[in-house]
Design a protein around this ligand. Structure first.
Ligand SMILES: [Zn+2]
Length: 438
C-alpha cells in the first residue's frame, strides 16, 4: 500500500461560475493520501499511516488528480510550434506531411511512446487522442497506453477526401479497420474506442453515415472530431453540406452527437447549436492555446454556461503550443478575459479534472480523490523560480507584514505561473511513473 503526503486539492462538485468561493473545492493541507494495492484511493488522513504503507513524503507540495486532456494529436508533436499558418494551410503545410510518416509502424510506435511519456511529464494522466488515419498508428497508441496503464480514448482517423493520397481511406476499408480496432481495444484495460472523424471537410457524406452506423452498433464507444474552429473552414463546410443548418448540424444529421461525443473548438456556434449540444449531451473541448496560435477565434465559455452544455479543456497540440494543462488553463483565462469574463482557477481546474471525467462518463474512475477512484495523481511544486516563489510566499502569508490571501489567490497564481517544470511525481493507478530524463 502507498501513502503520499502533500496538500491535497480536488473538487467534490462543480464550483459556482465566476465565483472564487470554495464551495465544491476540497483542500486538505498536509494530508496523507492512502492508496490500496489495487491502485485505488482508500482515503486521506493527517496522521502518519505507519510502516504498512510505502510513504512518499511531499509535504509542502500540492497534489491533484492527474489532468485530463480532452483533445490532442499524438503525431503532431512533430510539428508543434510551426510558423505562419491558419487552420487550413496548417493542415496542408505541416500536419498532413507529419502524419504521413506515421504510416510506418516503427515511426508510429516510437511516436506513441514519446507522446504518452510527454503527457505524463506534463502532469496529464488521461487523454482523448487523435493518432492518424493509419491502423498501425492507432494500434501503436493503444499498445503504448496499455504498457503505461493510462486511461486513453482514441480511434483511427477517418478521412476519405481532401487530403493527400497516403492519408486517405475509403468507406469500406475504414469500417473494417474500425471494427477490428473496436474488437481488439475497446474496453481492454483502460482503453476506449472513439469514432474519430478529422472534420466534416475530409469525410464524404457516405463516410459520415458509416460513422453514425458504427456508433449505433457499439453504444459504449466515444466520438471525437472538430467543429467550427475557423471561419474559412465553416464556409467550406457550408458549401460541402448545403442541406445542413450549420456545421454542427452536419454531425447531428449523421447521428454523431451524443453523451460521449467530444468536439474540439466550437468557436463559431450560434444559440441553436449550443442548445443542440446541451440536448444531445455532447461536449466542447476548448483549446485556447491552439485557438490563439492559429488565429482561429475566441471561444465563448459564458455562452456555453448560459446554454448549459459541457466544456472541457484541451491542449490541441500541435496547433496548441504546450501539452501543459496549467499553461492551457492560463491561456483559457486570457481568452475569456477578452470576452469580459473572469475564469476562476476553480472553473479551469475543475474542467481539467472532475468536470472532464464527468463529461466522459468516467467519474467512477478518474478526476478526483474520492475513495474508490484510481490513484491517477500528480504532485506539483507550488512555485518554481524566484518570481513564482515570491508570489507564492505573498499568497500564503510568508512575507512579513503581508496577510495570507484566500486559497483561490494562491491556486490561481500557481495555475498562471506554473507549467510542467512544477510537476514532481506522477502516479498512474497508484504506480509511480519514472520517466527518462529529457
Ligand atoms: Zn485538433
Amino acid at each position: 500500500m502507498l501513502a503520499i503526503r502533500a496538500d491535497l486539492l480536488d473538487f467534490t462538485a462543480t464550483p459556482a461560475w465566476q465565483s472564487t468561493d470554495e464551495a465544491g473545492v476540497r483542500f486538505r493541507p498536509d494530508h496523507w493520501l492512502l492508496v490500496g494495492d489495487d491502485g485505488r484511493i482508500l482515503g486521506a488522513q493527517t496522521a502518519d499511516p505507519g510502516p504498512d504503507f510505502e510513504r512518499h513524503d511531499h509535504r509542502g507540495r500540492l497534489l491533484l488528480p492527474g489532468f485530463i486532456d480532452t483533445h490532442v494529436h499524438g503525431p503532431q508533436l512533430d510539428v508543434i510550434a510551426s510558423y505562419g499558418t491558419g487552420l487550413l494551410d496548417w493542415l496542408d503545410t505541416y500536419t498532413f506531411p507529419a502524419e504521413l510518416r506515421h504510416a510506418d509502424p516503427e515511426v508510429a510506435a516510437l511516436g506513441a511512446a514519446h507522446f504518452l511519456d510527454a503527457l505524463l511529464a506534463h502532469g496529464t494522466t488521461a487523454a482523448v487522442v487523435f493518432p492518424t488515419v493509419h491502423l498501425a498508428s492507432t494500434s501503436a497508441l493503444f499498445e503504448a497506453a496499455s504498457a503505461r496503464n493510462m486511461r486513453l480514448i482514441a480511434g483511427k482517423v477517418l478521412m476519405d477526401r481532401h487530403a493527400p493520397d497516403g492519408l486517405l481511406d475509403d468507406v469500406a476499408g475504414a469500417e473494417r479497420d474500425c471494427e477490428a480496432l473496436i474488437e481488439r481495444w475497446h474496453g481492454q484495460g483502460r482503453n476506449a474506442y472513439a469514432v474519430t472523424i478529422r472534420f466534416a471537410v475530409t469525410s464524404t457524406p457516405e463516410q459520415l453515415a458509416m460513422a453514425g452506423a458504427l456508433s449505433r452498433r457499439h453504444p459504449g464507444i466515444y466520438l471525437q472530431t472538430h467543429v467550427a474552429e475557423n471561419r474559412d473552414e465553416v464556409r467550406w463546410v457550408a458549401e460541402l453540406f448545403p442541406q445542413a443548418r450549420s456545421y454542427l448540424d452536419v454531425y447531428h444529421q449523421h447521428g454523431l452527437l451524443h453523451e460521449r461525443a467530444v468536439l474540439a473548438h466550437g468557436i463559431w456556434l450560434d444559440a441553436h447549436d449550443r442548445a443542440l449540444l446541451r440536448d444531445t449531451g455532447a461536449q466542447i473541448a476548448f483549446c485556447p492555446s491552439s485557438n490563439l496560435f492559429l488565429g482561429s477565434g475566441l471561444f465563448d465559455w459564458q455562452g456555453a454556461v448560459d446554454a448549459g452544455h459541457q466544456v472541457s479543456l484541451a491542449s490541441d497540440v500541435g496547433g496548441g503550443t504546450s501539452l501543459s494543462m496549467l499553461r492551457t488553463a492560463a491561456e483559457a483565462y486570457k481568452v475569456q478575459a477578452l470576452h469580459g469574463t473572469r475564469l476562476t482557477a476553480w472553473a479551469a481546474l475543475h474542467a481539467a479534472t472532475r468536470g472532464a471525467a464527468e463529461g466522459l462518463g468516467l467519474s467512477h474512475e478518474i478526476g478526483h480523490l474520492d475513495p474508490g477512484a484510481l490513484a491517477d495523481v500528480v504532485v506539483w511544486d507550488w512555485a518554481v523560480g524566484a518570481v513564482a516563489g515570491h508570489r507564492d510566499a505573498m499568497a500564503r502569508g510568508a512575507v512579513p507584514g503581508v496577510p495570507a490571501q484566500p486559497l483561490h489567490a494562491r491556486v490561481f497564481a500557481w495555475m498562471t505561473l506554473g507549467d510542467e517544470r512544477n510537476a514532481v511525481a506522477r502516479y498512474v493507478a497508484g504506480e509511480q511513473q519514472i520517466l527518462e530524463p529529457g
